[in-house]
Design a protein around this ligand. Structure first.
Ligand code: G3H
Length: 192
């Protein structure tokens, strides 16, 4: 049966510093997750062949580096673009752009970062990805939190407006099995 696996990239140096966006490499803990990931996938997928989709950002390439499958990079899988807030912590954003910080809190789905994107923008740019996913067999997607929230909401049949609040933890492999009556979800946490 057709299966889709989702994983965030391993913890990055920016995650450790509480910064959003950027193109940081993985932290030592994130690199451990990358080492563990082939075993987690094997546990869940057995010897099925699959294709790995990653973004164009370093942290997804590093996370997928040990996976023994064909890999495909998609620009459309890059993280939500935080525009002028790229590289800042939430505290810095709140101090520098208090109105924006509040506007995002009021409507996280529609709020578009200055010079960047909203969740709605991400949902729209993911359309080709979703279409291609519907045509494929077994795909493992290693990408970013905001992007995974939108993909997850789609397969779980949750209204897209709720995607900003989907829980997609680090260092967890999510298995989705779309069925006629709904999608079965299994979450496998890495012990690292
Ligand atoms: O900016 C990208 C983050 O991964 C998403 O976090 O939308 O909850 O701020 P946030």
């Amino acid at each position: 049966p057709r299966t889709i696996w989702l994983s965030r990239h391993g913890e990055s140096m920016y995650n450790l510093e509480g910064k959003i966006g950027g193109d940081a490499g993985l932290s030592p803990r994130g690199l451990k997750y990358a080492e563990k990931l082939p075993e987690l996938v094997r546990q869940s997928a057995g010897y099925r062949d699959l294709t790995v989709w990653i973004s164009t950002l370093k942290r997804t390439a590093e996370t997928s580096q040990h996976l023994p499958y064909k890999k495909l990079q998609w620009k459309a899988l890059d993280e939500l673009d935080a525009g002028v807030c790229d590289g800042m912590t939430y505290e810095e954003i709140e101090n520098k752009f208090p109105e924006d910080f509040k506007a995002r809190d009021d409507n996280k789905y529609e709020y578009r970062y200055r010079g960047g994107e909203s969740y709605r923008d991400v949902v729209i740019r993911l359309e080709p990805i979703i279409m291609e996913l519907e045509r494929q067999e077994n795909i493992l997607i290693v990408t970013h939190q905001a992007v995974l929230r939108c993909i997850y909401a789609y397969f779980m049949n949750v209204p897209q407006e709720e995607s900003p609040w989907m829980s997609i933890p680090l260092h967890t492999l999510i298995k989705l099995e779309p069925k006629a009556y709904g999608t079965t979800v299994t979450r496998i946490k890495a012990n690292i």
